[in-house]
Design a protein around this ligand. Structure first.
Ligand code: HEM
Length: 502
């Protein structure tokens, strides 16, 4: 006892205090401007439901659409010219940086999502080549189709028209989508099916540990200083201990899948891991590569679909137009229920609805880079070396300067030309999937998946949102996650061919 006390004191004086002193000297923690004061005291929370709404307000009122929060050394922008500058023109000066990769490092290792430089370049080139192939698109399409037909729709059917105590009839659609996207992304990345969306909604150790590991990693970014989690990690206590345990479970399971594949052969398989196994022999590196895809594609998809169903909750006009478009494209062709890949591409209105929902509720509400060298942004803002520069898709979707006076309205038509054809917008004013050199690798897949889910659910069911009703409040984290989930009632529709009530 005596000994451990002395040891802790020694540790405090020799390691922790000097680190703390360096931190205090390097950071400006005494700023009392009104923004920094509101940030420190969280007084913004009395006027805004989410931190992102407060940032939106600050960015809207800034003449350059860029602000600087001194106390945390962050430059935040909603200016498309600045976004293009950091994501394309001066990409070399704005890597993700070591501060970011340390946060996710234990979980993601050297995976594409977490690295810069040659390791990123290699994975990016290889993954882009694979993701561009028709065979992987077909594989992804068939995977999602199977998950919808065999799991999602049966689960919703089992809740349709449920009566009884309210809590039994209510379904948390956000949780359903998390399970759905985890099954999909694991199948796609590993060729491994965790079966999270089976009717019994089973507990999956892989999904639970992955959940916990990504949540605890993201929480590292929320503490005032990284020193806090670094010390806990060093001492292996509290949340850092739980993180270490969760990461160990995830990594062991991933390694099992890799070893299993090596034994049984992988060349015939369509998943990403099998494709990388042909050119990477290091198993730890392989594990890291696929883990990044699981992280990148899981919560983002669930978040996107949750917001979509929340946004259309009171828009029968939009739901009806989606159904009519599908009816014209699918039924009049060859009578099958599920659209083909090509038919889905023809659904311009559905695509516009998906893009519009992502504009207002981007799953990644903000994203950061770190300046390698001093720089001047196109709006005149000076950025010193080491500054965290953040672009803010959530705020950008709410800027009159970008989307006009009706920016807060959910209006899919803004994405259609006069012939009803979908038109892409400048990616730097809509960096929902990031943009430029490091644009999301799963973008096309994500849009197709969202269209498939939206259509198949709306075709079979009416989704009645019970809560939340008036606004979405998000949990703090890397991906937007609705606090309390999305509670809905499911009602079966009459989809008989003579039903005119589409
Ligand atoms: C609506 C769904 C999605 C959204 C909004 C989204 C958004 C993003 C964003 C903002 C980034 C940049 C993150 C950063 O660099 O800090 C990104 C990167 C990435 N995304 Fe997505 N994503 C989605 C779905 C997916 C899916 C389904 C996959 C694949 C299974 C995927 C794979 C990736 C990968 C691998 C990267 C890293 C690319 C790189 O660093 O070069 N994403 N995504």
């Amino acid at each position: 006892m005596e000994f451990s006390h002395h040891f802790l004191l020694l540790l405090l004086f020799t390691i922790l205090l000097p680190i703390l002193a360096i931190f205090l000297l390097r950071h400006r923690i005494w700023c009392n401007c009104h923004i920094c004061t509101a940030y420190q005291t969280s007084s913004w929370a009395s006027d805004f439901p989410n931190l992102s709404d407060w940032y939106t307000h600050l960015l809207r009122t800034s003449p350059t659409q860029t602000i600087h929060i001194h106390i945390i050394g962050n430059t935040v922008t909603a200016n498309p010219a600045v976004v293009e500058h950091i994501l394309r023109a001066r990409f070399d000066n704005y890597p993700k940086g070591k501060k970011f990769s340390r946060i996710l490092g234990d979980l993601l290792g050297m995976g594409i999502f977490n690295v810069d430089g040659p390791a990123w370049d290699f994975q990016r080139k290889h993954a882009s080549m694979e993701l561009g192939s028709v065979s992987i698109r077909t594989f992804a399409f068939e995977t999602v189709k199977g998950e919808i037909e065999q799991r999602l729709l049966p689960l919703l059917s089992s809740f349709a028209g449920k009566v009884g105590p309210e809590s039994e009839a209510l379904l948390d659609l956000q949780e359903v989508f998390q399970r759905f996207s985890f099954d999909n992304v694991c199948n796609f990345s590993f060729g491994f099916d965790p079966g999270c969306l089976d009717l019994s909604l089973p507990i999956s150790p892989f999904a639970d540990s992955f959940d916990l590991a990504s949540k605890l990693s993201a929480e590292r970014a929320l503490v005032v200083s990284p020193i806090v989690w670094k010390i806990k990690r060093l001492l292996n206590v509290g949340s850092e201990r739980r993180l270490r345990d969760a990461v160990a479970v995830v990594k062991a399971l991933a390694m099992d899948v890799i070893e299993h594949k090596r034994k049984l052969g992988f060349s015939e398989h369509g998943d990403l891991l099998s494709r990388f196994m042909g050119c990477v022999s290091d198993e730890v590196y392989l594990r890291d590569i696929v883990m990044s895809f699981v992280l990148a594609g899981r919560d983002t998809m669930a978040s996107a679909m949750t917001a979509f169903f929340w946004l259309i909750r009171a828009r029968l006009d939009i739901v009806s137009r989606i159904r009519k478009e599908a009816d014209n494209i699918i039924r009049n062709r060859n009578g099958q229920a599920f659209p083909s890949f090509d038919q889905l591409k023809e659904m311009h209105y559905l695509q516009a609805t998906v893009y519009e929902s992502l504009r207002l509720y981007p799953p990644v509400q903000f994203d950061s880079k770190f300046a390698s060298e001093d720089d001047e942004l196109p709006d005149g803002t000076f950025v010193s070396r080491g500054t965290r520069v953040m672009y803010h898709p959530y705020a950008m979707g709410r800027m009159e300067k970008i989307w006009g006076p009706d920016c807060m309205e959910f209006r899919p038509e803004r994405w259609l030309d006069e012939n009803g054809k979908f038109v892409h917008q400048n990616p730097y004013k809509y960096p929902v999937f990031q943009a430029g050199v490091r644009v999301c690798l799963g973008k096309e897949m994500a849009i197709v998946e969202m269209k498939m889910v939206a259509l198949s659910v709306l075709w079979e069911f009416d989704v009645v949102v019970i809560a939340p009703i008036s606004e979405l409040r998000f949990e703090p984290g890397l991906t937007a996650f609705v606090r309390g989930g999305l509670k809905v009632l499911i009602k079966k529709r009459d989809t008989a061919p003579n039903n005119k009530n589409i």
